[in-house]
Ligand binder design. Structure first.
Ligand code: SAH
Ligand code: SF4
Length: 342
């Protein structure tokens, strides 16, 4: 499973082969990924066979939605851990939402992954292989209406990326330096793991940071996002400010809008105030209800009222679409009925 090897140690997989063969393999893995070693046309047959199995997971299920413009894969590692990726085609870009952990230990009350619990960290190679797999699939043919190149990568699948920092860092390095994806096209979404935010601010890549805020005061945020007890809002704001200063990149604040919980005018004004303090952009996404809670999405009118209120208070707000709703593939809800009942 060559994606599990560090790119600098690929020679160990090809004993006795000259260095140019190792470079060819590196290109097949990262520059022009293919689905099967048999497509690595410039490598001799015995070398290709030594690369089996290519992927560090099997595709256990594939589901499509939005007339083929959204595809979700359920991946299973040889040890049984499962995680998911969602590929979404838009007119100007194709975006992959990938997982950083199998499950998540953070226990956010509205999140299907949080309800499922923590299985294990993903290795750097398992994260990068999700992106390489998507790129290889796209090379076979684009999703309807989207480009055939993988444009954006967002760490908004299962797991809390900043709770798996060292593996995340190596995955980011490979996405940028091996696969050639621009740091600007990569978004790391965090529930607010402050030490990770501070470390990420010191990394060399101009990544976009998304902070999942969901509440504008600690009382409410403690209830929705238990890790807020450890890293309360004023700590988040100072770590986020440090990130923005160090990168010169605009921060995104994520807000899953929950009926009767965080959709009040006070919360909208609170969001606008924090956004103003950080010069941040706000993404509001109506809750995707999950089976284990009674939490509900607000009505369309309530969503519109919240967005309007936040805008009137000066916030720059995008109402996010809920891609893949029919297949539970909205980012942050990457747990299939499949995995949930397994
Ligand atoms: N752990 C990271 C990244 C994965 S979750 C984080 O929390 O940021 C990605 C995004 O999906 C987060 O903004 C998360 O709050 C959101 N999300 C989780 N469950 C959701 C749900 N049921 N409906 C809408 N958004 C949800
Ligand atoms: Fe984990 Fe993010 Fe879900 Fe919270 S919202 S439980 S941090 S995946």
């Amino acid at each position: 499973m060559p994606y599990l090897s560090h790119p600098d140690t690929l020679a160990a997989l090809l004993p006795g082969e000259p260095p140019y063969r190792v470079r060819q393999l590196r290109d097949w893995l990262y520059r022009t990924p293919v689905l099967d070693p048999s497509e690595m046309t410039n490598l001799p047959g015995p070398v290709r066979r030594r690369l089996e199995p290519l992927w560090p997971f099997t595709i256990e299920a594939e589901q499509a939605d939005d007339r083929g413009r959204t595809v979700k894969w359920l991946m299973r590692a040889p040890d049984g851990a499962s995680f998911e990726s969602v590929l979404m085609a838009y007119a100007e870009r194709t975006t992959l939402c990938l997982s950083s952990q199998a499950g998540c230990a953070m226990g956010c009350t509205f999140c299907a992954t949080g309800q499922y619990g923590f299985e294990r960290h993903l290795a750097a190679g398992e994260m990068v292989a999700q992106a390489a797999y998507a790129a290889a699939r796209l090379r076979q043919g684009p999703l309807p209406g989207g480009p055939d190149r993988l444009g954006n990568v967002v760490f908004m699948g299962m797991g809390e990326p900043l709770a798996n920092y060292d593996h995340l860092r190596e995955a980011l390095r490979r996405l940028v330096e091996e696969m050639g994806i621009s740091g600007r096209a990569i978004t790391v979404s965090t529930v607010g793991v402050v030490p990770g935010m501070r470390r990420l601010a010191e990394e060399p890549w101009p990544l976009t940071l998304a902070l999942s805020l969901h509440a504008a005061d600690d009382d409410l945020r403690n209830r929705l996002v238990p890790i807020n007890h450890r890293y309360p809002i004023d700590h988040l704001i100072s770590a986020a400010r440090r990130y923005v200063e160090s990168k010169g990149r605009r921060l995104t604040l994520e807000w899953a809008l929950i009926a009767g919980v965080n959709d009040t005018p006070e919360q909208a004004r609170g969001l606008a105030a924090i956004a103003a303090e950080l010069g941040a952009h706000c993404n509001v996404i109506p809750l995707n209800p999950t089976p284990l809670t009674r939490l509900r999405a607000p009505t369309r009118a309530a969503v519109a009222a919240f967005v309007d209120q936040a805008r009137r208070a000066g916030a720059n707000v995008t109402l996010r679409d809920t891609r893949g709703r029919g297949i539970d593939a909205a980012c942050g809800q990457l747990h299939t009925r499949h995995a949930a009942t397994a």
